[in-house]
Design a protein around this ligand. Structure first.
Ligand code: GAL
Length: 350
């Protein structure tokens, strides 16, 4: 039995095997926590999907029982998700209207990362099996509530369509001069790194890196969690954020995210807002102390809010040379005034 968190160490499950749930998220229901994440295999082959989404359960957040593959793409079971596709950053919530468990994940047909779409899968139980439902991009045919007029300009959109194939998903000078938003108006908006958030009023939001990762979107979902309510907003324009984690504290909304440097770590950012659609005010890197500038070699992944109000920030310490050996940094969030703080990884107790 584990009595502490050991961030960055091997984290054994009930079989003594390192937990295999990377880039994931946690659902809490009826006293049980469910941890969903990317199942990764050994070596560099593990940087793409071969298995699906693994789920573990726990009542104390330290000792986790392996509940198997919740969303299984092995052996061509899901034709849309062939071997070597991308199934990243899975998050699960239960629809308050249908009672179904719905998993959203970042979907790509292959490692070129050009689909920039969301996969949906549905289950009657929290541990699955999650059945593939559909793939889409958020909000086709709908402008965000705060669209600058310049991004609706037909000539700019036409120019963007001609040139955007050359614009990478990494930080670049070109994306801010185009209207990726407008070029994706019909197809739906690009969605890569992502998370889900349920607000106190029961509304659910999908937060995702869009516009070639340059700008984050926050989109309200339909109550069945299978689509978009048509109400969304652009935030952190041209700030290239990924790994978005969101939580509420003292009535305010907080986002902690990484910059955009692939598997390599960078300095995290944090921001606060009174309303989920903003305006958001950036508060800087929440990491303090040694290796803060690379967020302790971790990338933010999910903010786990406990019933008593405390927040655990979950980060991945990726190992792209041996993906299965990626480590987890679960760190308690402290506050310095309104600024969230995380301290260097060391064993800790709840
Ligand atoms: C990271 C992203 C990961 C994964 C990776 C692929 O920036 O946060 O989820 O997509 O890039 O290189």
């Amino acid at each position: 039995m584990l009595n502490s968190f050991y961030p960055g160490e091997i984290w054994p499950d009930d079989h003594g095997v390192h937990i295999n749930a990377h880039g994931g998220g946690v659902l809490f229901e009826d006293g049980v926590y469910y941890w969903y994440g990317e199942h990764r295999i050994e070596g560099t082959a593990g940087n793409v999907a071969h298995v699906g989404v693994h789920v573990y359960s726990s009542q104390d957040l330290m000792n986790w029982t392996d509940r198997g593959i919740a969303f299984d793409i092995r052996d061509g079971k899901v034709p849309e998700c062939p071997d070597g596709c991308i199934v990243e950053r899975p998050k699960v919530l239960r629809s308050l209207t249908t009672g179904k468990y719905v998993m959203l994940f970042h979907y790509e047909a292959d490692k070129k990362y050009r689909n920039a779409a969301v996969g949906f899968a549905v289950s009657d139980t929290p541990i699955g099996p999650f059945v593939f439902h559909h793939i889409q991009r958020p909000n086709p045919g709908v402008w965000p509530v705060n669209t600058p007029d310049a991004l609706k300009d037909a000539a700019l959109i036409a120019k963007t369509r001609e040139t955007m194939a050359d614009v990478s998903g990494g930080m670049n000078d070109k994306a801010p001069t185009l209207s990726i938003l407008g070029a994706c108006f019909e197809s739906g908006q690009e969605s890569r790194d992502m998370t889900l958030f349920r607000d106190d009023d029961g509304k659910t939001y999908h937060i995702y890196s869009s516009e070639r990762n340059a700008t984050t979107h926050i989109a309200q979902m339909t109550d069945d969690l299978l689509g978009y309510a048509g109400n969304y907003c652009r935030v952190f324009e041209n700030r290239w954020m990924e790994g978005q984690a969101i939580f509420k504290h003292n009535g305010k909304y907080y986002i902690v995210a990484s910059g955009c440097t692939g598997w390599a770590p960078n300095a995290a950012r944090s921001a606060v807002a009174d309303n989920i659609f903003g305006p958001w005010r950036e508060l800087g890197n929440p990491a303090v102390g040694p290796e803060a500038e690379v967020t302790f070699r971790g990338q933010t992944n999910f903010a786990l809010s406990l019933p008593d109000g405390r927040v655990i920030l979950m980060l991945d310490r990726w190992n792209p040379q041996n993906a299965i050996d990626g480590r987890y940094l679960w760190l308690p969030v402290e506050f310095d005034g309104e600024r969230p703080i995380i301290r260097p990884p060391a064993p800790w107790q709840l």
